[in-house]
Design a protein around this ligand. Structure first.
Ligand code: GLU
Length: 434
């Protein structure tokens, strides 16, 4: 759809904490709308409520947007640096008798007759609110800073914002904003109030639903593309119900009229699935590089590349790499009770372990996955033990775990000296089961 005016959108967070995952949707939809119309996306920090400011919050918001690739065309602008502008606008309304001063503050005289009506994009409906329900409100506080309700209108107008995209909780403030637009004789922007995101139990989204600041998802090893893709789909269904979309496809296909009116449910399981899909879409080289960057203190960065093909299908987020593979470079902690779970008869396990050790010590073939497999299959046949059972015994002996990436490739990576040492240690410590 085409717009007559230039499309200018903004993401206008208050720096009162870390950017929450739910806010990614607001920023993303504003961004998509601007980009698909060759418009402008502005980042504006609404930092005039000085008591609620949190140190580091603005930086967190800026870093998170940059990590997501939601690049703004203008900004970041800080409302706290624009005091003069709000003062001047308050003076205009004072002069016109539309505002008054009381107890140190400048107030807006809210019209109390009639109704305020506007067209809401989502759900394509008119919203009407009785003005008699409204009250005069503060525009400039006694500390000289504007209130949110005043500054948001001044800036949206001066910055040429065509579409105000924000959370549904701001609907109740919208009549105040509209009264200000009318007092100044300004044209209204288009209002897009996004539905509230809920947790799986349909209560307001919170930590216990797996929701957290977007930067925490980053630290857990989620990929920005997956976060964007998931948050795009949380309130929007692309044409043909496509589930995995590049940002370019989102820009092309996004449409305000296709935003759902219902409250979406944040589903961390779905997000995990999607992140896994993005991991698998990467080439082994890309994933290696991502992991090397992500795992800053990794003890064997140069070996990550060897491991990637073994675990690529098994991880959903970059951090999953660590518990799955740390036995490759760190000595496992053995909980010896684990041997009770192995199917090789308990009174035979120690003997089989000794034979495994001997096989490895006498291995003449190259130290590689193929030879291990061949030798251990032969050994199992010789001892009359099931192949799968002997493999499981070896797995536990070298890793301390019942589940690992492919066993023989893992042994190859652990290397001869360490593998032999681990099996020896297990033999020494092998428990006396009752
Ligand atoms: N500063 C508001 C917030 O932090 C934004 C409201 C708006 O977009 O108008 O949510």
């Amino acid at each position: 759809m085409g717009y007559m005016k230039q499309v200018v959108t903004r993401y206008a967070p208050s720096p009162t904490g870390l950017m929450h995952i739910g806010q990614v949707r607001t920023a993303l939809y504003s961004y998509l709308l601007a980009k698909q119309n060759n418009g402008k996306f502005i980042l504006r920090l609404e930092d005039t409520d000085r008591a609620r400011l949190v140190t580091g919050s603005a930086e967190n918001i800026i870093d998170t947007l940059a990590w997501l690739g939601l690049n703004w065309d203008e900004g970041p602008s800080y409302q706290s640096t624009r005091k003069q502008i709000y003062q001047e606008h308050a003076q205009i309304l004072l002069k016109q008798g539309k505002a008054f001063e009381k107890e140190g503050a400048i107030w807006f005289k809210m019209p109390t007759a009639g109704v305020t009506t506007w067209q809401e994009v989502i759900g394509d409906k008119q919203i009407s609110i009785e003005n008699s329900l409204q009250q005069d409100f503060v525009m400039i506080k006694s500390d000289g800073f504007p209130t949110y309700n005043f500054a948001v209108v001044i800036d949206d107008n001066l910055m040429g914002i065509s579409h105000v995209v924000r959370g549904v909780e701001f609907i109740s403030s919208t009549p105040k904003h509209i009264a200000l637009y009318q007092a100044f004789g300004w044209e209204l922007p288009i209002f897009v109030h996004l539905p509230l995101i809920l947790g799986s139990d349909k209560s307001k989204l919170s930590k216990r639903h797996g929701a957290k600041p977007a930067s925490d998802f980053r630290e857990d090893g989620y990929l920005p593309q997956a976060i964007l893709n998931y948050m795009a789909l949380i309130s929007w269904t692309p044409p043909e119900g496509k589930e995995i979309l590049t940002i370019a496809e989102m820009i092309k296909d996004f449409s305000l009229s296709a935003i759902h009116i219902n409250n979406p449910i944040f589903d961390v399981t779905k997000l995990d699935w999607m992140n896994g899909e993005y991991i698998r879409k990467m080439s082994d080289e890309e994933l290696t590089e991502k992991l090397q960057q992500f795992l800053t203190d990794h003890p064997a960065k140069e070996k990550i590349g060897q491991v990637v093909p073994l675990i690529k299908e098994r991880i959903k987020k970059l951090s999953d790499f660590v518990p799955l593979t740390d036995f490759l470079w760190e000595e496992p902690e053995y909980d010896l009770a684990i041997f009770e779970k192995i199917k090789v008869a308990q009174n035979n396990q120690l003997e089989v372990l000794k034979q495994i050790l001997e096989t490895l010590e006498n291995l003449t073939k190259p130290w590689d996955a193929k030879s291990f497999e061949q030798q251990f299959r032969q050994l199992a046949d010789k001892l009359g033990v099931k192949h799968a059972d002997i493999f499981q015994l070896i797995r536990v002996a070298v890793s301390g775990q019942l589940v690992t990436p492919p066993l023989f490739e893992s042994i190859q990576i652990i290397g001869e000296a360490k593998t032999v040492e681990r099996i020896r240690l297990v033999i020494q410590r092998y428990p006396n089961f009752p």
